[in-house]
Design a protein around this ligand. Structure first.
Ligand code: GCU
Length: 660
């Protein structure tokens, strides 16, 4: 009965919609899609609105059966099966659904200008599944549509990396592999039947190469309701009308203009190159260098309940803990307790012309994971020496030309890193100068802990603590930066056991994203005797409330894996953050802390970095600590870590580690 009522209502609604369709004009474009859920994603929403914004009226029909292949459409046609859910967007934009419709009925429902067919996603890359069914289906369509009807093929998209679709293994579970296959099959079908291509699959693939990549799908194969569907509809529009969609004035209620413009560019590029991925530039989208909004920074010396902090004991005993708790919950995510750590020295030798001793150590984390730590210490050291500990971006062998540095087994195992040349990062690691000044250096590759991309934590240490069945970190569970910071503490666990190292004088340092990491590691783990962060920017030293250069929205959109999901709620809502970065800097007190910036590094907001340090200084003062504990410089030039930066750090370390 219920079903009957629903059908009756749909039929009524359809009747109503058809009468309103009277507003259709001679220019109205009537498009019928013979499809499945991928067609539903592409045409049932957004498309009508996009066209209308450019003054085009469309009537859109969609013949829907979930997962329907060309073979099945052909069978339905020949059998006259009342098998379809026939969805229709009328000229006035109203939407209606009629169930149990035959293909022939829908074909005769309007004088269609365009009919679009597509393959089921699971068969899309299998050429042998198209024929003879496509030939038969197209002749069935032609026989029931006006002469001159334009026939098109809608290129569906490949599944997302990690998708659990049953057919994914047929494509080696490779997103790009599936894309290549479906390009082959669709382009052959299009050429054979002279079909115009609607290249949604390529548009989605283009978008996967931008910061939109993790927002395109809702389950690994269907499109996300907002962004993914918008990309497909924009592609449909540009392909049907043969015009650019960039600049289209329709405003999607749930997408910001940066995402929409980028989506439009991905669509336009796909229409231009339907079977080839185009790198659509996404830089500059988030750059914000206009005025600084008015803002009020939270007072580090007032507890969340309004109680003023009046003694150092209160700071260390309550406020600092409260702040670290909030930064954990709302920004970086909680990390678990330390696992059992054991170091295994796998190689030792002399380096830098005999000036240094090299030690390569596998740090085993509860037997489940290994950090490959590379340690250099001065050969002439009389006893345990102070050490700089920092993570490297591209592998231990990139930090120096030393031929004995081992290539870690997991060097390129995560699929996204090009192999980097030995020593390619050595300008950032002036190891010989550091050694000559009497310090050691210890480093490991960030991928040892978590490769730097949004894989739902699958390849990171976070997965070691997933519950059964868990595939994504909880909203307050550690993101990539918190995992890296945790890795730094595990490296320190090992250094505490290394006889060449004075673990009470370990300076944790990092550049850029790894500078944010050093700050978070140093703020929490009081064993780090000094904390240095270079060009750390948003999420590091820069004040979030200034919204200059990289904003919270920008960092969350482009690097959704760095912080925990709770942090996403502060995108464009910086004033609602219960803290700002100066309070994180203050958590390092009473230890020495160093902020460094570069003049041309506007993206990292050097002014915001300095202001945060000045604000943190008030806490050091309140605690009765010397201003000499706070180091700062801004050098000329770009975002980088250079010998000049290092010479400042070495001087600072000399001063505080009692070497000068
Ligand atoms: C990007 C990112 C910054 C980050 C930097 C880096 O520019 O937006 O937040 O600091 O990469 O790590 O090099």
């Amino acid at each position: 009965m219920k079903q009957f009522l629903r059908t009756a209502i749909s039929v009524l609604a359809l009747g109503l919609a058809w009468s309103l369709a009277a507003i259709a004009s001679p220019d109205t474009l009537r498009v019928l899609s013979i499809a499945n859920s991928f067609g539903e994603d592409a045409v049932e929403q957004n498309l009508h609105e996009i066209a209308l914004a450019d003054g085009h009226v469309m009537i859109i029909g969609n013949l829907f059966i979930g997962g329907c292949s060309i073979e099945q459409h052909d069978r339905n046609a020949r059998k006259g099966a009342k098998a379809y859910s026939y969805r229709k967007v009328s000229a006035d934009g109203s939407f209606s659904v009629r169930e149990k419709v035959k293909l022939s009925q829908a074909l005769l429902d309007e004088p269609w200008d365009v009919v679009v067919v597509q393959q089921a996603s699971h068969d899309s890359g299998k050429m042998q599944t198209y024929e003879p069914y496509l030939t038969l289906l197209l002749s069935y369509v032609k026989a029931r549509t006006p002469a001159g009807v334009r026939l098109c093929i809608h290129q569906t998209w490949s599944y997302e990396e990690g998708a659990t679709h049953w057919a994914f293994p047929d494509y080696g579970s490779s997103s790009y592999g599936m894309y290549e296959k479906l390009c082959e099959a669709y382009s052959a079908a299009a050429a054979r039947h002279h079909l115009d291509v609607i290249p949604s699959g390529t548009a989605i693939q283009n978008a996967r190469a931008t910061f939109l990549r993790h927002q395109l799908s809702r389950d690994g194969y269907h499109l996300s309701r907002q962004l993914g569907r918008y990309v497909a509809a924009a592609t449909y529009y540009a392909a049907l009308y043969g015009c650019k969609v960039e600049g289209n004035s329709w405003v999607h209620p749930h997408l910001d203009s940066a995402r929409m413009t980028l989506a439009q560019r991905c669509a336009d590029a796909a229409v231009k190159n339907p079977f080839k991925v185009t790198r659509v530039d996404d830089s500059g989208f988030w750059a914000k260098y206009d005025s600084i909004p008015e803002y009020t920074l939270p007072n580090p010396l007032v507890m969340q309940d309004g109680t003023p902090v009046s003694t150092p004991e209160q700071w260390y005993g309550s406020r600092r803990k409260e702040l670290l708790g909030m930064f954990s919950r709302e920004m970086f995510g909680y990390a678990p307790a330390a696992p059992e750590v054991s170091g295994e020295v796998i190689e030792e030798g002399s380096a830098f012309g005999g000036k240094a001793l090299r030690r390569q150590v596998d740090i085993h984390l509860s037997g489940k994971r290994v950090i490959h730590l590379l340690v250099y210490t001065p050969a002439d050291a009389k006893g345990p020496i102070p050490v700089f500990l920092g993570i490297n971006f591209k592998g231990n062998l990139t930090v120096t030309d030393d031929p004995a540095v081992l290539e870690a087994a997991n060097w390129a195992s995560y699929g996204i890193y090009p192999r980097e040349a030995r020593g390619s990062q050595s300008s950032r690691w002036p190891i010989s100068e550091i050694i000559v000044r009497g310090y050691g250096v210890a480093t490991f590759h960030c991928s040892d802990i978590d490769p730097d991309y949004d894989d739902g934590g699958r390849n990171g240490v976070v997965s070691m603590v997933y519950r059964e069945g868990q595939t994504y970190p909880e909203p307050d569970q550690w993101g990539t930066i918190a995992q890296w910071a945790w890795g730094l503490s595990r490296a320190l666990d090992y250094l505490e056991t290394d006889d060449r190292v004075d673990a009470s004088r370990v300076a944790v340092f990092g550049h850029s994203r790894l500078g944010k990491t050093a700050l978070w590691a140093g703020a929490q783990d009081e064993r780090f005797a000094m904390v240095i962060f270079n060009d750390s920017g948003c999420g590091g030293a820069a004040l979030s409330r200034r919204r200059f250069g990289e904003t919270v929205a920008a960092i969350n959109a482009r690097f959704p894996h760095w912080f925990c999901d709770n942090f996403k709620k502060y995108s464009d809502k910086e004033d609602e953050l219960p803290f700002d970065q100066h309070e994180l800097l203050a958590c390092v007190a009473p230890r020495p802390l160093y902020v460094a910036s570069a003049e041309e590094d506007s993206w990292a907001d050097p002014v915001g970095e300095r202001l945060a340090l000045q604000e943190a200084a008030s806490v050091y003062r309140f605690l009765g600590e010397s201003p000499a504990l706070l180091g700062y410089h801004i050098r000329q030039g770009r975002h980088d870590i250079t010998l000049e930066d290092w010479l400042h750090y070495l001087d600072f370390a000399d001063y505080h580690f009692g070497r000068r």
